[in-house]
Design a protein around this ligand. Sequence first.
Ligand SMILES: Cc1cc2nc3c(=O)[nH]c(=O)nc-3n(C[C@H](O)[C@H](O)[C@H](O)COP(=O)(O)O)c2cc1C
Length: 310
Amino acid sequence: MNFSIQLAPKHQTGLLLANPVMTAAGTFGYGTEYSQIFDIEKLGAIVCKGTTLEPRDGNPQPRLAETASGLLNSIGLQNIGVNAVIKQKAPLWASWRVPVIVNIAGETVSDYAQLANQLDGVAGISAIEVNISCPNIKAGGAEFGANPKSAAEVTASVKAATSLPILVKLTSNNSNMVKVAMAVAEAGADAITLINTLKGMAIDITKRRPRLGNITGGLSGPAIKPVALYMVYEVAGAVELPIIGCGGIATGSDAIEFIMAGASAVQVGTANFTNPRAPLDVLEGIEQFMKKEGINNLADLIGAAQRQSD
Ligand SMILES: Cc1cc2nc3c(=O)[nH]c(=O)nc-3n(C[C@H](O)[C@H](O)[C@H](O)COP(=O)(O)O)c2cc1C
């Protein structure tokens, strides 16, 4: 069976994945944490924790709240900063047989460009995922992904600052999603990741206070899967770039739904917290489905639900 997927077909060197299962930023640390639990080199790619120019402590505690159907988080991009990623993490990644993608976030367009510039040419880093959809930081983040002009500006500045393939991660908290996706495609994105968390909140009724220290947070997990699937379907129908589906994926069937909606690859996020082997289970589930259906080439399934004649 052929699982390989080219995620950056328009890019000079491309971004070839052995299979379509990736991890979602912020839910898989730097990959090292999970390498004790399973053979992470079996994955298609690893996306590391969101990285900023300077180290960040993140938002006030509590930063996680479970709800009936999903997880609310307000981590606020706690991370070690780009210099530590380059010095401490990348040398290890360079010895892995799985591509590592660094997720970046900034407060200004020039923050993004500077991050991309610093990561350019670093051994062990195969691509950059540009997060313009984080609901948990005060400046920047989701604001950039909310309108086509600023989303394109960030994309173009990252593109100009690095020769690495770039994935742009969009939010679903606005009704402009297709226009934003078209703008980032035009500005040089190699692929688009959909979606980040959706803004939400929960209240502790005995304390009469929000359950998160930051008041609001980002909702992830099973609750957001239908929204994410719809966004992938809409954007895949409008943009000629590979789409990476993300949102509530925990099984092979979840992943197949995203692939049929038009995704070329998928990311597993919140499911890692309840089942650390979730990405491998997703991969095995895809394999089983393909065997059962007699499909040899994963690419044949991409967008199957988009084509009415099938
Ligand atoms: C605890 C936590 C931390 C996250 N941190 C990041 C991050 O640093 N950068 C980013 O782009 N997305 C981040 N996300 C969003 C996920 O990568 C993913 O887009 C989202 O959770 C939806 O997928 P899921 O339902 O499979 O978790 C985070 C999500 C969670 C739950």
